[in-house]
Design a protein around this ligand. Structure first.
Ligand SMILES: C[S@@+](CC[C@H](N)C(=O)[O-])C[C@H]1O[C@@H](n2cnc3c(N)ncnc32)[C@H](O)[C@@H]1O
Length: 302
């Protein structure tokens, strides 16, 4: 009996996973979304305390893996329009920054002009991570793709990983950040309850099981179609690839304290400084990997 039950569960899981493969990447959806977003993304990591937590965890990782002799490419940089571009450009030997959205990359460029950094950026490109044709193999020491561009890729997730690894030199590093399914469901549970009222329990089960918010199963009003990931999904993406995983981190752990408490915490500068330090430290504990808003993997190309 137990064996039969396990067989049924496995078959169901396989079915769900095959369903996932049916999702087709459509570049128009994220492009239109971020073109429309315009300037809002520049403020993303500053406008609230969660954004600040995310910023500090990512910055710490960037500082530890990028050195002044590195040639770096930033992919899906656009939004947060240059929030990390301005930092990476000062850590590296050279930086090409890029995004799928022409509007975001234009804002990025404008921001770099305002900051007097535009001449330090080697190029501003419109690039889709699913296909980096035009960029030769083995070009960069570090590729940075953080804040969730990978979550829009659906059936092209693996192509994107292959492409990002392709443009890296041997021993080059990929810093990849994804939206966390567990973190997002926990943080936005209120909304998930509301959406259960609209779409029903099967759709809710679907999103909990697959992390996929798509038109067919979970037709959210804002058309924000994404595949939120668990660390298991990320492990699977790198499975069998010529890479060594150097680091896994969550980001945004203290978001669970909610904005109001975090805003109060920030009013005490020594407390806030301690909290940021501990956010950086605790996000490296294996048990916290899926619990923040983002999951970050740093891998080395072998
Ligand atoms: C939430 S933003 C993150 C931006 C920035 N890296 C950060 O962490 O602040 C996601 C960005 O990914 C870009 N994006 C989405 N799909 C992409 C794709 N296939 N290739 C390149 N960029 C993509 C979007 O245009 C958007 O600017």
């Amino acid at each position: 009996m137990v064996t039969l039950a396990i067989f049924v569960i496995k078959t169901l899981q396989d079915f769900i996973i095959r369903g996932e493969m049916n999702m087709k990447y459509n570049a128009e959806i994220p492009r239109a979304r971020y073109d429309k977003f315009g300037n809002r993304e520049w403020e993303r990591l500053e406008k609230d305390r969660l954004g600040e937590l995310l910023y500090h965890v990512h910055l710490d990782i960037l500082k530890r893996y990028i050195s002044s002799s590195d040639q770096v490419i930033e992919l899906g940089a656009g939004a947060g329009a240059g929030r990390f571009t301005k930092d990476i450009v000062n850590m590296s030997k050279s930086l090409v920054t890029s995004d799928l959205s022409p509007v975001q990359i234009e804002i990025n460029k404008r921001k770099m002009e305002e900051l007097g950094l535009v001449d330090k950026v080697q190029d501003f490109k419109i690039l889709d991570i699913s296909n980096l044709e035009g960029i030769p193999d083995n070009t960069y020491d570090v590729a940075v793709c953080i804040g969730g561009p990978i979550n829009y890729l659906f059936d092209k997730e693996e192509s994107a990983i292959n492409e990002m690894l392709r443009v890296l030199k041997s021993q080059g590093k990929l810093i990849l950040g994804s939206l966390s399914l567990v973190g997002a469901l926990t943080y936005y549970l209120d909304g998930v309850i509301y959406e259960k009222g609209m779409f029903g329990i099967d759709a809710t089960e679907w999103i909990f099981t697959t992390g996929i918010q798509d038109e067919e199963h979970y037709p959210v009003e804002n058309k924000h179609y994404v595949h939120m990931m668990t660390s298991k999904d990320l492990d699977a993406l790198f499975q069998g690839k010529p890479v060594k995983i150097l680091e896994k981190s969550s980001a945004g752990l203290f978001m669970h304290s909610q904005e109001e408490t975090l805003t109060r915490a920030k009013q005490d500068s020594e407390f806030w400084e301690l909290l940021i330090r501990k956010e950086i430290e605790f996000t490296k504990l294996p048990g916290t990997l899926d619990c923040g808003m983002n999951i970050i993997y740093v891998v080395e190309k072998l």
